[in-house]
Design a protein. Sequence first.
Length: 277
Amino acid sequence: MTNIFSRGSFVAIDNHTHSHHSFDSSMQMDKAAEMVLKGSLGGICFSDHYDFDAPPGIKLFTFDVDKQQEEIDALKERYPSIILLKGVEIGIQPVSMDQIRQFMAGHSFDTVIASMHFVRGTDPFHGTFYEGLDPKRAYNIYLEDILYCISDFKDFDILGHFDYVARYAPYDEHEISMKHYGDLLEPILSILAENGKTFEINTKTYQRFRYGTPTLDTGVLKRFRELGGEAVSLGSDAHKAEKIGEQFPYYTEVLKQCGYRYGVFYRNRKPEYYKIG
């Protein structure tokens, strides 16, 4: 492993946060930087939403990239002791891939997270996606679309919240495990590992939602490592400053128990690693 980053004893870089440039967040960037300084993190990536083809009635998830990056540049001058990264959470779905390629060709970032929010014309957040589906079919559809997108599109660094669909599911089953979904998780993890991409632990997912508390199957983490994954990204998906780095100490220990020794962040689209144990 090359490009090992060291800055004393900090927990991690939070690779997945949303500033006021995301339509669903009011978090001010300076407040986020102050939170990083007060805590044990080494830095933060502002990965604001950019999704095409929003379902009818849902506001388009886009932002002014130039304004976001100008604000981050100004923030870097004020907070030189922490890492502040220019990111985007690009919303993948089969119908959007040509638009995504065009968008990516015209912009530069430190970090690109590929995440799926919209599935077959709906957003699971609003609940209609699950109508008429049992958990197996609902989760399979979501994973099938992820697999389709990343089989064809590789211009990203991190696969975000692979189990987003479990957050809002009206079922008793809230875990997407290797045991029950390995036929789709296996090729997804293989594509990530073979192409030097990073798997994400999105700590926001593992909290209480309207129908239950999703759990992370450590078998997924272990299998990614067996397939050649060197490190896993930690992302809080914070939309408020006080949520930055939430549950990172706990999930850092989970990663260590699964055999990982490094965390990762991306600067100028290149991975940099830090020791976690």
